[in-house]
Design a binder for this molecule. Structure first.
Ligand code: AKG
Length: 308
């Protein structure tokens, strides 16, 4: 991880970086549960409830493709004060169960939150967006987690400035070229873009290349901004014994694909192409379960025989 002091040398960083002096979410550094309870408004919040510390993301729209898929966490819609009660009850019970609020900021928030939001360092972030030719800001996800909560390794198809507000998070990142070591679920699976490897207990027989994975690690605290480039894998955990964590991320569409593609292709371009092939095959075949075997046959059938 580079510290922001090196930014003069890296005016457009392409790798993850922890920036310590952006003031991006300065007005939000006063946020805590009490302030949010008073000011966040009466909207509905998506809260995930998990039987353990892991919150493996799943796309509810893709659940029909895999009828036997049973999500390991449940999404519930609730008011902010209900979430706070749930969090306290879960803490008091002291078991493995945990809750994680993950809600896109929207216009139901109260006036003070709007004022804080308008006071974010838009000047800085808008300049970053323009310099990098990114597309529009798509959303700001608010994440409020309990200590020990883990978001397992996955990649997103968007650029991300991940702004830490309260508590500390340990972030482990892997470049897109480590795709083969991280074994993503099939594109049509609800856990598309997530690694199948359980980092707590990796199955080395099923996922032999996982032992070769090499990543970067950083711990971010209040005021830090972690740049997570598009297609970079990230595993994120709220540190134990650190209390509640609060983060707001800034997701942007990537720069448009260049008209002239230069070779050799970069790792993230290969990932994008593989995804498109898998998607097209799934659509052509009608049944996403057929994609895996067909891809295997195409590749094995053509390359495993002696071609000399
Ligand atoms: O902070 C977390 O737990 C996950 C956040 C994340 O995956 C993201 O911002 O892309």
């Amino acid at each position: 991880m580079f510290q922001s002091g090196l930014l003069l040398l890296y005016p457009i960083f392409k790798e993850p970086v922890v920036l310590t002096d952006t003031n991006l979410v300065y007005p939000a550094l006063k946020w805590d549960i009490a302030y949010l309870k008073d000011n966040i408004g009466n909207g509905d919040f998506s809260v995930y409830i998990s039987g353990n510390h892991k919150f493996l993301y799943y796309d509810e729209k893709k659940m029909c493709n895999f009828e036997n898929f049973v999500p390991k966490s449940q999404r519930m819609e609730m008011k902010f004060n209900e979430f706070v009660d749930q969090m306290h009850e879960t803490e008091e019970r002291g078991g493995d169960e945990r809750v994680y609020l993950q809600q896109t900021l929207n216009d139901t928030v109260g006036k003070k939150i709007v004022v804080d939001f308008l006071g974010f360092n838009w000047n800085w972030i808008n300049k970053q967006q323009a310099k990098r030719s990114w597309g529009q800001l798509t959303s700001n996800l608010l994440l409020i987690g309990m200590e020990g909560n883990v978001t397992p390794a996955h990649y997103d198809e968007q650029q991300n400035f991940f702004a830490q507000i309260k508590g500390h998070k340990r972030c482990i990142l892997f470049p897109p070229d480590q795709f083969e070591c991280l074994y993503p679920y099939p594109v049509h699976h609800p856990c598309d873009r997530q690694s199948q490897v359980d980092f707590d207990n990796p199955d080395h027989e099923k996922f032999p290349n996982f032992k070769n994975v090499v990543g970067y690690e950083a711990v971010v605290g209040p005021g830090d901004v972690l740049y997570i480039p598009m297609y970079w894998w990230h595993h994120i955990e709220s540190l134990l014994n650190g209390g509640v964590t609060i983060t707001v991320n800034f997701w942007y569409k990537g720069a448009p694909t260049p008209k002239r593609i230069e070779y050799p292709l970069r790792a993230h371009q290969k990932v994008a192409i593989m995804r498109n092939i898998e998607k097209m095959l799934g659509e052509a075949l009608g049944d996403p379960h057929e994609v895996g075997p067909l891809l295997k046959t195409m590749i094995k059938g053509r390359y495993e025989q002696d071609l000399s």
